[in-house]
Write a protein that binds this ligand. Sequence first.
Ligand SMILES: [Zn+2]
Length: 187
Amino acid sequence: MTRCLLLVMIFFAACNKSPETIETGKPPLDFSTPDNAVKSFWKFAIWKDTSTVDTSTYQLFTRNRIDKQKLQRTRSLEKARKKHAFSDNTITDVQVKSESYAVVEAKEFTEYSDKPTDTRYVLSWEQGHWKIDDYQHKCYTCDGTGMQTDYDQQLKDIQRGLYRTDPKKKCEQCKATGWKSYFPEPE
Ligand SMILES: [Zn+2]
């Protein structure tokens, strides 16, 4: 959830610069190929996490709280500058499926885990650039298989005296695609 929120914040920061954003060192964006677009997204995320200070809601808080928040922010920026989790991200597969549609798969790190997450970017060719249309992670429920254990069926089987260790059904979380978008669907 935190990561989802972070991504939404990155997304809006990309669209709508806040006056408090410090532009120094902003990485150039390269949309020339699908994988360069994904790498640009990572560079932008690293830059944003290490170079900006958001003061937009400070007027709602006491001086004491603001000072503590600033100190916490400074420390987290120092930590992120030393080594941002995204700096170990790797692209594992690039598939240009048509002139206007490509899929890039990657292994991505977070500050919360040493294990990478399998991710997937869906890109479209738009006005001369490869643009990210969707950003997904491998489904946690089915681990990308598209199938999950059917506990209702398992119970019914047991009641009928059958025992199958692992009856399966289509994964409800990812609609059997194996992937889930980081972006929430508009309500
Ligand atoms: Zn699933």
